[in-house]
Design a protein around this ligand. Structure first.
Ligand code: G3P
Length: 218
């Protein structure tokens, strides 16, 4: 499963990319607004693309199809790594088709149902982003949604990649792995939680303490 970092913070991205922990980046307008401040978001997208060798999702902010397509084409020109992100609306799906016809990869975002995911796949989406944490927030079952989309895409041979998004904790990642999601995107906090285990830490401390007693070098 591909692991994406869900951030526009270049320092966070650099750390994870240097450790080869990530396969790409997702951003959204909220994350970009946080990272850009007075800077130009396009400069940040370019910096991110130079830092990570993989897909970098950059979201349009228009809500009408033609303007989405114009924004999407402008974003795609920044770098080959850019994947244009559009919302799962009627106009978003129309923009998805138009951008795909132009050879631009598209991530259809804000997906909360199997029927939405089905329509996005029919519109040629490269990635579908079901927001599992936000489904859980309203007492739904985000991971059940991932499993159902997997089954539908497999039933009909859709190649759209399932990108589990709005991941809040490691169990979301475990379930994504078990259910066959193609990718999961998460904040840095969750990424490093995947790496940590208290028994690794205590085991290492014990090994090093024993070695120190020996008083020799390797
Ligand atoms: O990738 C989508 C993600 O940014 C949304 O996460 O935690 O705001 O629901 P969250």
């Amino acid at each position: 499963m591909k692991i994406f970092l869900d951030t526009a913070d270049v320092a966070e991205i650099r750390r994870a990319a240097d450790a080869n922990l990530i396969d790409g980046i997702t951003t959204n307008p909220s994350l970009m607004a946080q990272a850009a401040g007075k800077g130009d978001p396009r400069d940040i997208f370019l910096e991110i693309c130079k830092t990570v060798d993989g897909p970098v999702s950059a979201e349009v902010v228009a809500i009408e199809k033609d303007t989405m397509v114009t924004e999407g084409k402008r974003l795609a020109k920044i770098h080959d790594n850019i994947v244009v992100k559009v919302p799962l609306t009627e106009d978003g799906l129309r923009a998805c088709r138009a951008l795909r016809a132009d050879g631009i990869r598209v991530n259809v975002t804000l997906c909360f149902s199997v029927t939405q995911a089905h329509l996005a796949a029919k519109a040629g989406a490269t990635f579908i982003s079901p927001f599992v944490g936000r489904v859980d927030d309203i007492s739904g079952d985000g991971m059940e949604l991932i499993g159902q989309i997997r089954q539908v895409y497999d039933n009909y041979g859709f190649e759209t990649e399932i990108l589990a998004a709005s991941i809040r904790h490691p169990q979301h990642v475990v379930q994504s792995l078990l259910l066959g999601a193609d990718c999961a995107t998460m904040p840095a906090k969750v990424l490093y939680q995947l790496l940590k285990h208290p028994l690794t830490d205590s085991g290492l401390s014990a090994f090093l303490a024993d070695w120190k007693k020996l008083g020799k070098e390797l």
